[in-house]
Design a protein around this ligand. Structure first.
Ligand SMILES: *Cc1c(COP(=O)(O)O)cnc(C)c1O
Length: 225
């Protein structure tokens, strides 16, 4: 993709984020994580030239390849996809800025153990299956609060920073909004536990997610269309 095309896409996304966040509050700041999984690594480098710093990938291997190719650039990398237990050590070695997809207590315990062995720490979000979809991972809204506290207590090598969700997979805006509101409600009750990141919103629904309180959106196809 040529640079001007990517610039137009990025401008449009930033404008939409701006419009949505201002409708919440002038003080509501939203981070954009550009999800590169559908695009070539060259386009990530171009987006960096255009001012974008934070990038996300949903597979450990792809994350590793791209971090290696682009290691000269001061980028911030996010792991946003389901983490297989046999990839935990690989991910730890990559030292991502934030891992969005901690989706069970058993994954947290396994990750904590392997982090401990390497004397490492990782910043993570607890993934909530807010739309209760079979196809999606994450803890249920009912158990989210307890599991968050349990991880905080029993996993010293994990620093929990907040929550993540994927909006309901439907054309029904009301259902999508509900899944965001449920997640934001949990995020708010976790404020006293130090939660500061509410990661929700993708290409199809990020303005709505921001209006529901998201402060981090993960946008892929809208940037690379
Ligand atoms: C792919 C992906 C995104 C970005 O999706 P788009 O619809 O292309 O913006 C966001 N979050 C997760 C977890 C993803 O896997």
């Amino acid at each position: 993709m040529d640079k001007e095309h990517l610039r137009a896409n990025l401008d449009e996304v930033i404008w939409n984020i701006e419009e949505a966040r201002i409708s919440v509050s002038e003080h509501h700041i939203v981070q954009l994580v550009a999800v590169g999984k559908y695009t070539e690594v060259e386009n990530i480098a171009t987006l960096y030239e255009l001012g974008q710093r934070a990038f996300g990938e949903n597979q450990v291997q792809q994350l590793k390849t791209r971090m290696t190719v682009l290691e000269e650039l001061p980028l911030e990398w996010h792991m946003i996809g389901t983490l297989q237990k046999n990839k935990i050590n690989n991910l730890i070695d990559l030292r991502p800025s934030l891992m969005h997809s901690l989706d069970s207590l058993s994954l947290a315990e396994e990750l904590n153990k392997k982090l401990g062995a390497k004397e490492a720490n990782m910043h993570c979000l607890l993934q909530i299956n807010s739309a209760r979809e079979e196809s999606k991972s994450g803890v249920t809204p009912e158990e989210a609060h307890d599991i968050y506290l349990q991880i905080k207590e029993s996993c010293p090598n994990i620093t929990l920073k907040g929550v993540m969700t994927i909006g309901a997979h439907t054309d029904d805006t009301l259902l999508i909004q509900q899944s965001f509101e449920i997640t934001h409600g949990i995020f708010e009750t976790l404020g006293k536990e130090g939660a500061t990141v509410c990661s929700m919103g993708m290409s199809g629904d990020y303005p709505l997610a921001i209006k529901c309180g998201s402060n981090l959106v993960r946008v892929g196809s809208a940037l690379f269309k």
